[in-house]
Design a protein around this ligand. Sequence first.
Ligand code: GDP
Ligand code: IMO
Ligand code: MG
Length: 429
Amino acid sequence: MWGDEGKGKIVDLLAGGFDCVVRYNGGANAGHTVWIGPEKFALHLLPAGILRTGVVAVIGPGVVVDPQALMEEIAGLTARGMKIGDQLKISSRAHLVMPYHKLEDQLSEGVASGGQKLGTTVRGIGPCYAEKARRSGGIRFDDLLNEPALADRVRRIVENKAKVLAALYGHDQPPDVEACLHVITDARASLSGYICDTTQYLDDAIRSGRRLLFEGANGLLLDIDHGTFPFVTSSSTGPAGVASGAGVPPTILRRTIGVTKAYSTRVGSGPFVTELSDAVGDRIREQGHEYGTTTGRPRRCGWFDAVACRYSARLGGATDLAVMHLDTLAGFERVGICTAYECDGERLDVPPAGVARLERCRPVIEYLPGWGDEVRDARTRSQLPPNARAYVECIESLVGAAVTIVSVGPERSQTLLGGGWDRVVQDAA
Ligand code: GDP
Ligand code: IMO
Ligand code: MG
């Protein structure tokens, strides 16, 4: 959907049944939360598999990596007693997010002047991907190891950036070249041991029958091509991004799990047809603790949007759906589901491409009776109250993909697994 569906929880839960967990898109704009008992982990760049002993965590070529953020994340886990060592592999082809990318993100978002445009996470994602697409000035992990004159190139890049930022945004303080050079030296000193040709590593893994789990970031409706452009992120977020972003053949995906909440949320700007700017939306936000993992921003909340989810599931070829946060809807007298859009007198079953039209869409909401009882202690679908079960079945039939996972709380154990996922998790345990 638009991110923060609970991908981190699902990846962590299933990771024990896999050999490698691979991030293929995005960067530190992601915030993937994992609860292990009472301990909370918020991962931004490290694949969620990092929390499982024996699982290799791979950062693929399509990820844009802020080395400072990554080093902080590694230091955070090390301080909590984890050893990372061989468990982490960073693609030599992945691009570095540099301080001037974050600065440009801030300037283009008008952060300094209090403005809000796309409402990005200000992690430098768009500017770094733009730099890569322009093919001038991009820095890759391989350059840290193999480009003897990298420091000189960084100086030239920073000089150019200063001119561009002054011309575009009237910014008169050039990026600090010494700080940029420090980022490079620190990254080289701390991260070199993890850098490798991850595509070769994954090819070997595939050939020897090892099992791979790919961890999407950001959400399909934020996809650069298929999302609510321009209110999107800058990468191919869905399963279609796996092949290029991870560097694996497109034919290897066997199952794709579409992760969605039982309602909808969005953070940042952009159209959101089922948004509830009222007490019901506030109640969902409070019951679901809907505040951003990366930026702390309150998330916009609304009823489940079956039109948007069906579109995502179709594009992603979802063989499975994971419906998260069913517990958050407990206690509502009735629960809404958007079954179609109405726009300019027309009924739509798929989201229109353009933002202006999408903004004019009104949701056709059907209400199902709510369930008063807590569902957090349910461990099988049959233990859910009948109305909660009916709600999940309604999502399944409107979206057209099998709901094989239902989540009733943030922790690993608060998950109802079907579709063979129970065996994956048991085998791992
Ligand atoms: P991600 O970006 O898709 O990994 O999702 P986030 O971690 O940004 O946001 C999901 C939030 O919901 C986190 O705080 C999770 O701990 C929490 N969460 C995940 N699944 C459930 C659930 O079924 N019920 C509740 N109440 N919280 C959940
Ligand atoms: P996870 O992986 C929620 C949103 C931002 C903004 C737009 C562009 O945790 O689900 P960017 O910084 O990428 O240029 O921002 O995309 N966005 C996310 N929203 N969860 C995310 O990641 C997001 N990643 C980007 O809020 O609207
Ligand atoms: Mg998140």
